[in-house]
Design a protein around this ligand. Structure first.
Ligand code: P6P
Length: 340
């Protein structure tokens, strides 16, 4: 891309702000701060094999998962960057039991809160597969001038102001959505800036890729198995079987789905009726991005974005991607009666 056409994340977010004379620029500044955190995390991810930052951190997180050192580093980087900016009142993270209000007068008057999975797919770190950071930005509902509260972090996805991810893959990209659209920025290492590379991203209404951990077959109910058989047979709609792709890193599987079309699924099963993925910092951000891009995201009982959260780390089944493919899946999949 020639120098004259280079648009950095900073320039783009400032241009977006100028479209709204009444805008304060706080959201744009917050997105830039998240981009900065992504660049700092990227630096460590890129050299993970060379320095003592691989391998288990020893501690376990609220999910009971062994924390990789990079998990901890990414979490602390995001917490510190967002604490030092002026737009964020507090955070919630996959790695923290509870939400974390920032205890200073600046933050008491900040109007946004951020939820994130600091390093999604961390089990792939040691095998050098793509991993990512997922974030969700809400306008707080609690009273300004005081610490943010749990209610700020238990809002449905419909309330999202912005959401996105940073994927540490063959290149490092930041993709985020506001209601204006979805835009992708690729990190240009020579200048250390995210540069607009994928403007106005859209998800194809149809696709030919299905993405699920088929190793869970024995735990799926008949309706889910029937849908997977449909995907594997020369189904009448496509005249050929779908292609199967599964990286095991949600950010990577979702990035492919956004760019190439397809459906990504993590359904409920007999051992995990609500599936594995977390609503507030994995499914809702991805559902918001996908819906803005023209795709669809459902839980099997309705739209993911319509779920009213009751717990910070609650899970939800998810079927997300090309609209026609998600609708077809819902013709097969019956919602599991979830034991209370
Ligand atoms: P499974 C990674 O651990 C993760 O949280 C998501 O990024 C990914 O989509 C999913 O779990 C993979 O889970 O059970 O297929 O290994």
């Amino acid at each position: 891309m020639s120098q004259s056409k280079l648009i950095t994340l900073d320039e783009f977010t400032i241009q977006e702000t100028r479209k709204f004379p009444q805008a304060t620029g706080d959201l744009s500044a917050l997105l830039r701060d998240i981009g900065l955190a992504g660049k700092i995390i990227n630096k460590q991810v890129r050299k993970a094999g060379l320095v003592d930052i691989l391998g288990k951190h020893g501690a376990t997180n609220v999910q009971g998962e062994e924390q990789m050192k990079l998990d901890v580093y990414a979490n602390e980087t995001l917490i510190n960057i967002l604490k030092n900016c002026t737009e964020c009142a507090g955070i919630a993270s996959e790695e923290n039991d509870d939400h974390l209000p920032y205890e200073d007068t600046f933050s008491y008057n900040s109007k946004y809160v951020v939820l994130f999975d600091p390093l999604d797919g961390s089990s792939n770190i040691d095998v050098n597969a793509s991993i990512g950071t997922i974030f969700a930005i809400y306008r707080r509902v609690s009273e300004l001038g005081k610490p943010c509260t749990q209610a700020d972090f238990l809002q449905p996805g419909r309330n999202l102001i912005a959401a996105g991810y940073i994927i540490y893959g063959s290149s490092t990209m930041m993709v985020y959505a506001t209601r204006l659209g979805v835009n992708g920025f690729t990190l240009e290492p020579s200048i250390g800036e995210f540069c607009l590379s994928h403007p106005n991203m859209k998800c194809n209404e149809k696709g030919k890729i299905y993405s699920v951990n088929q190793g869970n077959w024995v735990k799926y109910d008949e309706s889910m198995r029937n849908y997977l058989n449909y995907c594997m047979e020369s189904n009448k709609d496509e005249g050929r079987p779908y292609t199967q792709r599964y990286i095991g890193s949600m950010v990577a599987d979702m990035h492919r789905t956004l760019i190439k079309g397809g459906i990504f699924m993590y359904p409920g099963d007999t051992s995990a009726p609500k599936g594995k993925l977390r609503l507030q910092y994995e499914c809702n951000p991805m559902a918001f991005i996908m819906e803005v891009a023209g795709g669809m995201a459902v839980s099997g009982e309705g739209h993911v974005l319509d779920i009213q959260p009751t717990e910070l780390h609650q899970r939800t089944p998810i079927f997300i991607g090309s609209k026609k493919m998600v609708e077809k899946a819902m013709e097969f999949v019956q919602v599991r009666e979830v034991a209370n």
